[in-house]
Design a binder for this molecule. Structure first.
Ligand SMILES: C[S@@+](CC[C@H](N)C(=O)[O-])C[C@H]1O[C@@H](n2cnc3c(N)ncnc32)[C@H](O)[C@@H]1O
Length: 366
C-alpha cells in the first residue's frame, strides 16, 4: 500500500509524479493512491462508478488495477481528459505519427487581430499561432490516430502559453510576453508519449458518460459494485470560471452551471436557511445520494471524499449533513475519517474557522 498520508492522498499532488495521471493538472482532483487505498482498505468490488469523475483519476486507477469502471462529469473538458487518459493506444502507430507531426511546417501569419476576451489573455502572436494549430487539428488532422493526444497536449499548453494564471476560480494576469506555444505543445506531446511507453496498460477501458450525477440516466439500477467519488464542495470552486479559457477555446458551453453546489437551482430554493446556497447544495446532493443508492448492488459501498463549506461569517458542516442524509436514505455508515483540517480564510473577514475534509463510507444493506 502507498505510504502517502491520507491528508495528501485526497489532493491531486501525488499524481504530479505519476505517468498519465499527470497529463492535466486538476486542482480539485484526488490521487491514484487514494483510489487504490479505498479499493484495498474497504475491499471494494467492481464495477466501480465515479459519478463526478473529473479528469479520470478513479477510472485510470481502475484500468491500471484491471477493474471495470464507468464515470460521468458534466464538464466536457473533464470528460475529454478522462477519455484520452484511459484509452488503449497502438504505441508504434502513434510514435510514427508523432515523428511525422514534428516535421510538419506551420505557416504562422504575423498580422491580424482577433478581439475577444479570450484573445486578450495572450500575446497577439501566441494567439495567432494557437488558432492555426487548433485549426490544423480540427481539420487536416481530424482523423489521425494521434489527434486526441495532440489536442490534449494543446489544451494543457494553453494556460502556460497565456498571460494569465489560475487563482482559485479566477484568472490573474501575469506577463505580456510572447510565448512559443508550438514548442510548449510538442514538448508536452513528447512527454505524454514517454509516459505511455512507461505506463500504458491495455484493456478495462472505462465507460465515460455524458450524464449528471443527480440523474444518472445512463446507469442501470443495481449494476454497480462500488462507488469512489468526490463531489464539488459547498461554496468552493466555480468550475466554469476556473477553466473558462480552455472551455471557451475548445468546447461548447457546458449545459449546467457547475457551481460549487452541484446544480443550478439556487434561485428556486425555498429552504429555511439564510444561506440559500446551502439548501440548494443539499437538495442537489440528496438527488445524488438517491441515485447512488439506486445504482449500487446490495452490499455495495460508496466511498465519498468531501469537505464542509466556508462562508464569510461561518463554517457550514455540509460534510456531516451529507452523512446524515445518506443514513436517512437507508445507507449504513461503515467508516468516517477526517483526512485533513484546513484553516479557512475569507478575503474580507480573515480567519473564519476550520473546515474538515473527510472520507466516509456507506453501505447499501443486503
Ligand atoms: C471534486 S471534482 C472531482 C475530481 C476527480 N475526483 C478527479 O480526481 O479528477 C468534482 C467534479 O464534479 C463535476 N460536476 C459538478 N457538477 C456535476 C454534476 N451535476 N454531475 C456530474 N459531475 C459534476 C465537476 O465538473 C468536477 O469535475
Amino acid at each position: 500500500m502507498s505510504d502517502v498520508p491520507l491528508s495528501e492522498m485526497v489532493t491531486f499532488s501525488p499524481n504530479k509524479n505519476i505517468p498519465i495521471h499527470r497529463w492535466f493538472y486538476y486542482r480539485e482532483g484526488y490521487s491514484k493512491a487514494f483510489v487504490e487505498w479505498c479499493i484495498q482498505n474497504y475491499k471494494l468490488k467492481g464495477p466501480i462508478l465515479d459519478p463526478f469523475c473529473g479528469v479520470g483519476t478513479t477510472l485510470l486507477a481502475c484500468k491500471e488495477n484491471k477493474i471495470d469502471s464507468s464515470g460521468c462529469d458534466v464538464s466536457p473538458l473533464a470528460r475529454f481528459v478522462s477519455e484520452v487518459k484511459t484509452r488503449d493506444y497502438d504505441l508504434d502507430e502513434i510514435q510514427t505519427e508523432f515523428s511525422a507531426l514534428k516535421k510538419t511546417e506551420f505557416d504562422f501569419p504575423r498580422e491580424g487581430r482577433v478581439e475577444s476576451w479570450v484573445a486578450k489573455r495572450f500575446h497577439p502572436q501566441t494567439f495567432r499561432e494557437l488558432l492555426i494549430i487548433k485549426k490544423f487539428l480540427d481539420h487536416a488532422y481530424k482523423k489521425n490516430p494521434l489527434h486526441d493526444l495532440a489536442l490534449l497536449a494543446l489544451i494543457d499548453s494553453t494556460l502556460r502559453a497565456s498571460n494569465v494564471e489560475r487563482m482559485g476560480a479566477s484568472l490573474r494576469r501575469t506577463t505580456k510576453e510572447y510565448k512559443p506555444i508550438k514548442k510548449f505543445w510538442l514538448q508536452k506531446l513528447e512527454f505524454m508519449m514517454k509516459d505511455l511507453k512507461k505506463a500504458h496498460i491495455l484493456g478495462h477501458i472505462p465507460v465515460i458518460l455524458e450524464d449528471d450525477a443527480r440523474l444518472l440516466k445512463r446507469v442501470k439500477s443495481e449494476s454497480i459494485g462500488s462507488i469512489i467519488t468526490s463531489p464539488p464542495y459547498l461554496n468552493k470552486i466555480e468550475y466554469v470560471s476556473a477553466y473558462k479559457l480552455e472551455l471557451a477555446l475548445f468546447f461548447d458551453e457546458p449545459k449546467t452551471q457547475l457551481r460549487s453546489f452541484v446544480g443550478e437551482e439556487m434561485r428556486n430554493s425555498s429552504g429555511e436557511s439564510d444561506l440559500p446556497i446551502v439548501d440548494a447544495y443539499l437538495k442537489d446532493m440528496e438527488k445524488v445520494l438517491h441515485q447512488l443508492y439506486r445504482v449500487l448492488l446490495p452490499n455495495g459501498k460508496a466511498v465519498i471524499n468531501v469537505a464542509g463549506g466556508a462562508f464569510p461569517d461561518r463554517i457550514v458542516k455540509s460534510d456531516d449533513m451529507l452523512i446524515e442524509k445518506a443514513t436517512e436514505f437507508g445507507f449504513e455508515l461503515e467508516d468516517n475519517i477526517v483526512a485533513r483540517t484546513i484553516d479557512a480564510y475569507q478575503r474580507h473577514s480573515g480567519f473564519v474557522g476550520k473546515v474538515n475534509e473527510r472520507v466516509f463510507v456507506v453501505k447499501k444493506p443486503a
